[in-house]
Design a protein around this ligand. Structure first.
Ligand code: ADP
Length: 490
């Protein structure tokens, strides 16, 4: 029976192939590191050929562990979002390096568009803000600055795409130039309302619509791999950006269901069902999934500093040797002794958006030591998340519960503190690779291994740990009041 699911997880620092059994159990994985190119301050590039070569190498390396390509039922792809590749559809070769999501080179063009009064209209149509992060201005930059890209546009052979689009093009031997709606919703060129690239937005950003891929569902019979790659043609049945895949992997498919990934920073998405998010608090509206042309939306917010605060305690202050020691330190005292940390070490993200803000440690006394600082650092995660929860609720997306993942979610003390401060149940899956798992769920549902996505999620999601709120209201209120005071100082 060919019932393994092959997931290609193409991240920012590495590319992986992972083999899942149809019940969601990870069977094998292969990984390769990606070269980061920094040609100038603020610029970040990847070589699209290296991405393709390493993705294919990982996929081929893992095949024998499934017992050969005949045992693979389907392929799901999840990817670093917003990163743009430009290639020639005739030669199948990239025309320049990919511009990565972190790249800030298009800030002057964004500033020009903001000054031209375009932000409100763009946000209304796309759910996004005018920021270099998103793909549209990166495409325009390539057209303006790379002669080969401009020439291909004039010849009519230019193809633009995000990473999943590039991989599908190569996997199908150039037969399919498609993107899924979740990735397309990060380009600034797609209208949230109709899920298509929009002529007016393409004109505003100066991107020829003819160079863009066709927008397809996040799951279903999307494309077939070229026969020569794996010795057999395999259906590609799931595509999604990494944060959307993680949201699916956490089973957040109903309105209010929310996932938060605590890694270097924290990414939070709340499912909104079929309702298009309209944020008044500078949160983002995005497509979560598209099934049979029906879109489910999510509202998204991120904080810049999460695990990196713990890294700072470790590397710059030497308070801990390894990140996990913060848990025992936090447990060793009944409270932080009035110490509050505002982790604005790189400005403040959602919902404050203050790039110029800087970090604060408030409430120090002679009684403050390592334990108080470690505890205050972990408490800051709940405080920042509480601010996000307030903004999400104000935008009509209150959280039913919080499902956490990411490296920092392993900290049980932090998980309990999140439940206490937010006043909702916090759940953590036993298998924390939720991005890859979500891609596997989409692919499995798309291949018909399950009757629908919800049943794929239900079976494949696995065991959970649950944290219930127990904190007294007075304690929570005092914590949040102290946080707000320190935040004002930041
Ligand atoms: P990313 O994917 O952004 O690289 P990870 O998901 O691997 O990040 O998470 C790593 C981050 O989580 C690091 O910044 C580290 O400091 C923090 N971290 C890992 N384990 C713990 C722990 N047990 N307690 C607190 N912080 C932790």
């Amino acid at each position: 029976m060919s019932d393994y699911i092959l997931v290609l997880d193409e991240g920012t620092t590495s590319t992986r192939a992972m083999l899942f059994a149809s019940d969601g159990v990870l069977v094998a994985s292969a990984q390769e590191q990606l070269t980061q190119h920094y040609p100038q301050a603020g610029w970040v590039e990847h070589d699209p050929r290296e991405i393709w070569d390493k993705t294919l190498a990982c996929a081929q390396a893992i095949m024998p562990k499934a017992g050969g390509a005949a045992m693979i039922a389907c392929i799901g792809i999840t990817n670093q979002r917003e990163t743009v590749v430009a290639w020639d559809r005739q030669t199948g070769e990239p025309l320049t390096n990919a511009i990565v999501w972190q790249d800030r080179r298009t800030e002057p063009f964004c500033a020009e568009l903001r000054a031209g009064g375009h932000e409100a209209g763009v946000q209304e149509r796309t759910g996004l803000l005018l920021d270099p992060y998103f793909s549209g201005t990166k495409m325009r930059w390539m057209l303006d600055n790379v002669a080969e890209v401009r020439a291909a546009a004039e010849k009519g052979t230019l193809a633009f795409g995000t990473i999943e689009s590039w991989l599908v093009f190569k996997l199908t031997g150039g037969a399919a130039h498609i993107t899924d709606a979740s990735n397309a919703s990060r380009t600034l060129l797609m209208g949230l309302e109709d899920g298509q690239f929009d002529e007016g937005l393409c004109d505003l950003f100066g991107v020829p619509r003819a160079a863009l891929p066709g927008v397809v569902d996040t799951c279903g019979p999307l494309a077939m791999t070229a026969t020569d790659l794996f010795g057999r043609s395999i259906p590609i049945t799931g595509l999604a950006g990494d944060q959307q895949a993680a949201t699916v992997g956490q089973g957040c498919l109903a309105p209010g269901q929310t996932k938060a990934t605590y890694g270097t920073g924290a990414f939070v998405l709340t499912c909104q069902g079929g309702r298009i998010p309209r944020s008044k608090n500078r949160l983002l509206g995005t497509v979560l999934t598209q099934l049979d042309g029906q879109r489910t939306y999510a509202i998204e917010g991120s904080v810049f500093v999460a695990g990196s605060l713990v890294q700072w305690l470790r590397d710059s202050l030497g308070i801990v040797e390894v990140a996990s020691e913060t848990e025992a330190l936090a447990r060793s005292i009944p409270d932080s002794g009035g110490v509050v940390i505002v982790p604005a070490l790189a400005g403040l993200g959602a919902p404050h958006w203050r790039a110029e803000a800087r970090g604060v440690i408030a409430g120090l006394s002679f009684a403050s030591g390592k334990a108080q600082l470690a505890r205050a650092a972990l408490e800051a995660m709940a405080h920042q998340t509480h601010d996000l929860a307030t903004a999400f609720a104000a935008d009509g997306a209150p959280w039913a519960s919080l499902r956490i993942d990411g490296g920092m979610s392993a900290n049980d003390w932090m998980a309990q503190d999140l439940a206490d401060v937010l006043g909702i149940t916090v759940e953590r899956p036993g298998f924390v690779e939720t991005t890859a798992l979500g891609a596997a769920m989409l692919a499995a549902a798309g291949a018909g291994l399950y009757p629908d996505l919800a049943s794929a999620c239900q079976t494949m999601r696995g065991r959970l740990s649950t944290f219930e709120p127990t904190m007294a209201d007075e304690v929570r209120d005092a914590r949040l009041a102290a946080w707000r005071k320190a935040l004002a100082a930041a």
